[in-house]
Design a protein around this ligand. Structure first.
Ligand SMILES: Cc1cc2nc3c(=O)[nH]c(=O)nc-3n(C[C@H](O)[C@H](O)[C@H](O)COP(=O)(O)OP(=O)(O)OC[C@H]3O[C@@H](n4cnc5c(N)ncnc54)[C@H](O)[C@@H]3O)c2cc1C
Length: 380
């Protein structure tokens, strides 16, 4: 669906004000405690951030893809945990919307539409990260049910999530053609949330192991077709990679703004440090990279909205470029702030820690380059 640029401006303003008034302080504290606070969750729920792109008939807010990218960018401008929480809910939701049959939509969309029901995306396993065809979580048909056994790891929003989209395999030897997605509710017997990672960034976003010990799910919980789960992964990653690109853009923007403000204010040798060419050129390079990332991210978000061809290729380009830019700009921002940049008194060290995750999540940047290179020869 198309959304006018007036609406886009309104959404940006709304989320920016929300970040300033209600999110920034809570998020800063949560980064220190490494706990996702209920108060922050309630801000997201009240603002409807978990029902973006859910059909209005079910209580959602139907908006175009570009709008959801704006939301993630604005959240990331102040905090990675917040952006990751919303973006990974949308990763699960995206797989659900693409794979669910009418009965599954009738069953779950009314709950999701209430705004507090979260969906998770569980693909990664201890021995299957970049090599996702090597999944070892098995799904064995037994009568009318499937029995799931295995472990997932690094799953964002673990514990907070109500419904997990779990990618398993019917037979590990089938690799891609064995991958099958299931809907697993949080209280399903045999399913537990395991060890939580203690992380460099996104510190208040729970990233945990999921354990499946003879988890019995009905055939009705099969999402999409048996053996066709990879299509769902592929389609979902196309969308969520652009969201990760938006995270990178937001972090770079936030770091650049902090660096400019500090450079104008801080005096050394009798003048503001922004007057030193060494600093001003760093700031100019930050601005160039931020605007490059912005042009790229929104160009590709609009391609997603228009349903253009080769979206996977463009999504990898956006993800790779914007996350590399985020890492460079946030690192340089710490440098501009000198010793103070290295302290928790200023926001740039957190943005730098958060930015590192954007080069890894939704497929590492090495994997993006492999995919871009493979598709290049098909496209040109
Ligand atoms: C904060 C966070 C949140 C996450 N959230 C989720 C989530 O919600 N759901 C989910 O399913 N997963 C999630 N992940 C997992 C993430 O998608 C994986 O970490 C990522 O895909 C990389 O897998 P890996 O960590 O096993 O690294 P590996 O695949 O082991 O890679 C290790 C290194 O080898 C490189 N490498 C691997 N293969 C190649 C190759 N062929 N050529 C060149 N280099 C290669 C990689 O680029 C990397 O540098 C999350 C991860 C983090 C850190």
């Amino acid at each position: 669906m198309a959304t006018s640029s007036k609406t886009h401006k309104m959404i940006r303003k709304m989320v920016r004000e929300l970040c300033r008034d209600k999110i920034a302080e809570l998020a800063k504290e949560a980064d220190k405690t490494k706990v996702y606070p209920q108060a922050l969750h309630e801000v997201f729920v009240d603002a409807g951030l978990f029902v973006i792109r859910v059909p209005e008939a079910y209580g959602g807010v139907e908006m175009d893809y570009t709008s959801s990218v704006i939301v993630v960018e604005e959240l990331a401008r102040v905090d990675g945990t917040c952006a990751n929480t919303v973006a990974h809910h949308h990763a699960g939701l995206c797989s659900f919307m693409k794979g669910a049959n009418p009965a599954q939509k009738d069953r779950y969309l009314p709950k999701i539409g209430k705004g507090d029901y979260m969906v998770g995306f569980a693909l990664t396993e201890p021995n299957a990260g970049s090599d996702a065809f090597s999944l070892q979580t098995t799904a064995t048909l037994e009568g009318e049910d499937y029995i799931l056994n295995g472990n997932k790891c690094f799953v964002s929003n673990s514990g907070l999530t109500d419904l997990y989209v779990v990618f398993s395999t019917l037979n590990p030897e089938l690799r891609r053609d064995g991958i099958t997605a299931f809907l697993v509710e949080r209280d399903t017997p045999g399913f537990t949330v395991g060890k939580a990672e203690s992380k460099m960034g996104f510190r208040a976003s729970p990233t945990c192991e999921l354990v499946f010990d003879n988890v019995r799910v009905s055939k009705e919980n099969l999402l999409g077709e048996a053996g066709k789960g990879w299509q769902l992964v592929h389609q979902s990653l196309t969308e969520t990679r652009v969201m990760v690109a938006a995270m990178g853009l937001g972090m770079a923007q936030g770091a650049m703004e902090a660096a400019v403000a500090y450079a104008k204010d801080r005096e050394q040798f009798g003048t503001s440090i922004i007057n030193f060419q060494g600093i001003s050129f760093m700031l100019a390079d930050m601005a160039i990279q931020v605007e490059l990332a912005r042009a790229l991210v929104y160009n590709i978000a609009e391609k997603v909205d228009r349903g253009e061809k080769n979206l996977h290729y463009y999504a990898s380009i956006a993800k790779c470029a914007a996350s590399d830019i985020a890492m460079k700009v946030t690192t340089d921002a710490v440098q501009v702030l000198g010793g103070y940049g290295y302290t928790e008194d200023y926001p740039v060290e957190k943005l730098m820690r958060d930015a590192k995750a954007t080069q890894i999540i939704e497929g590492t940047n090495q994997v993006q380059r492999i995919q871009i290179a493979r598709q290049l020869s098909k496209i040109y």
